[in-house]
Design a protein around this ligand. Sequence first.
Ligand SMILES: N[C@@H](Cc1ccc(O)cc1)C(=O)O
Length: 370
Amino acid sequence: MGQGDGWEGVENEESRAEAAFQGVPGCGWSTEREELVRHLSSGERVFYCGFDPTARSLHLGNLLSIMGLLHAALDGHYAVALIGGATGHVGDPSGRNSERDPLSSDALFENAISIDLSLQTIFQNASDMAKETDAERPELCDHLKLVNNVAWYERMSVLDFMVKVGKHARMHTMLGKDSVKSRLAQPEGMSYAEFSYQLFQGWDFVELNQRYLCTIQLGGSDQWGNMLAGIELLRKCQDVQGHAITLPLMTTAAGVKFGKSMGNAIWLNEDMTSPYQLYQFLFNTDDADCAKLLRALTFLPLDHINNIVADHTAAPEKREAQRVLAEQVLRLVHGNEGLERAQNVTKVLHSGGSLAQLDEGDLLAVGIVP
Ligand SMILES: N[C@@H](Cc1ccc(O)cc1)C(=O)O
């Protein structure tokens, strides 16, 4: 990405659609909603959301943030997915009650590559899906970008960090973050590294603003403190008003974190959760959760979703809403081929067939490496 490739986040006078996130219930905004809507409707904006490579794969819970980035791009804005190759070393204390075990540089590097690949696939699948509904639309991938924060942190000296970032950071503000307060209330306390994590994530916002005029950060609700750290640094270092949008933690009607099956995460990498398993997980979601999940995890228009839900309510035993949900998510995460394989395996296994009837690709879709 460089000058002139459409990625400078150029302001234009053209009025854009309303906020991109009206379909997602439970969002939070750092500024007045009107201010964010004004910001979005007065130019093409650049969003970002970060993912630390703490595991080899992203999980279903991350899909909501990815959807957020895709909605922004579909709406004509730009979106950056940031992989936290550097922040993964530091360790985000948000939402955790104990210190993270450090991961080796090799493990973080491999995880980052694997997550990068999976995001590229999802971006491409989303682009293909968008083309199917509107062949004329500009390539979605041109509005999506992947970066790794190693790019700036590997070249930044400790002194640089203290001068550029540390000098702007107030102890009082840092100590006031929930992620810090809750840990300091425990006898083990926290390491200096995890304490300073907020500044690393905060500085990412500044770097992305300098590079791409990024002004909006998306993240789960546990990221609030880190996102505010970014907004503050952006104001002090760039004299720019940043915005943060928090996405709710997805829970089921039963109050359980969505995206876990019997305590285990549902992964987006097919070698960790096979397309067949992902399909089955979604196909088995509760009727009570379907409407919400269709809104949050598919790009289907709201009136289309309402029709599906109305038909489903009339004949829930057909599991039509679950089928559409599973199909849409499978296509996004594993493409049409992944969906076909998952459907084929479902057909064979659920009609009393055996694994012997499956070809190599199908076996892969069940999670068996032939
Ligand atoms: N802290 C985020 C990941 C992240 C990393 C770097 C960022 O700049 C932004 C977000 C998380 O754990 O989910």
